[in-house]
Design a protein around this ligand. Structure first.
Ligand SMILES: C[S@@+](CC[C@H](N)C(=O)[O-])C[C@H]1O[C@@H](n2cnc3c(N)ncnc32)[C@H](O)[C@@H]1O
Length: 263
């Protein structure tokens, strides 16, 4: 039985209506502009030009197209068909053939093995029931030495907690810009996400806090503080036994196996 990570029907139906709104946020909201800059800048620092990148849960494809325009080969996957329609139109408008997009139906086998130099997974796993299955599949899809860039809601953010509390009391989750909260299954602490990444076999390299409801540059500055930023970006690496200098020679593997049998 293949492992499946399909988001809830209600979740897909909801995201199917959000492509236009979400893509516009990147053009008009400082916090979304900062998110785009943060991801593209971090990826540009680590992933060599021309590398293969998977944008898992790509939404309207804003990040995928931006990365394709910087010379990466990008595959964008999303469960919501309208998001993919929108992303295809965006790539066509930009005249970029370095980005391809596909609907993914929740079957992780579609991700393949050792295919990507980097994977970006921005604001997706909090909507997925079985996070460990998804992280295992993302880790498997990375080449050895590849990098995962993943963002999640920061459960320790005072601003996030106040916003959620006010949202519940004032029923703000009914507002168009807040309805996504109903489909979000969890927030994360640093230790929870670190542990989940380690269990998937990935090594944590860095983390950065971002996003806040405070507008403008001041909001962006404050969002870098751990108690204020409502989101966290983790960068994690898949170990490369050859490059990391611990590639076991076949003879060593054999003697290790023999040693295990003897004991
Ligand atoms: C909040 S949006 C983020 C979109 C984009 N990554 C960004 O940061 O702009 C979450 C996206 O994840 C997609 N998604 C959620 N669960 C998914 C799953 N199991 N498989 C594929 N896509 C999924 C949704 O359809 C939606 O487009």
């Amino acid at each position: 039985m293949p492992k499946r990570n399909k988001p809830s029907r209600a979740g897909v139906a909801f995201f199917d209506t959000q492509a236009d709104r979400l893509s516009k946020l990147y053009g008009c909201k400082q916090s979304h502009f900062d998110r785009l800059r943060l991801f593209t800048e971090r990826i540009g620092r680590i992933v060599p030009q021309g590398g293969a990148i998977l944008d898992f849960g790509c939404g309207p494809g804003v990040m995928s197209v931006a990365l394709a325009e910087s010379g990466y080969r990008v595959v964008g996957l999303d469960a919501a068909p309208n998001m993919i329609e929108f992303a295809l139109a965006e790539a066509e408008r930009a005249g970029n053939t370095n980005a391809t997009f596909r609907v993914i139906d929740g079957d992780d086998r579609a991700l393949g093995a050792s295919q990507y130099d980097a994977i970006l997974c921005s604001s997706v796993i909090e909507f997925v029931e079985d996070e460990s299955t998804l992280l295992d599949s993302l880790a498997a899809a990375l080449v050895p030495g590849g990098t995962l860039f993943i963002s999640v809601p920061n459960g320790r953010s005072v601003i996030g907690a106040a916003r959620d509390w006010a949202g519940r009391i004032l029923h703000l989750d009914k507002l168009p810009g807040r309805r996504y909260r109903r489909h979000s299954l969890r927030t994360y602490s640093v230790s929870r996400l670190s542990m989940a990444l380690r269990s998937a076999g990935l090594e944590l390299m860095s983390r950065t806090y971002f996003e806040s409801p405070i507008p403008g540059r001041i909001g962006v500055g404050l969002s870098r503080l751990s108690l204020l930023g409502t989101m966290m970006l983790f960068v994690a690496r898949k170990p490369d036994p050859v490059e990391d200098g611990c590639d076991p020679r076949p003879s060593e593997v054999e003697s290790f196996q023999q040693a295990r049998v003897i004991r």
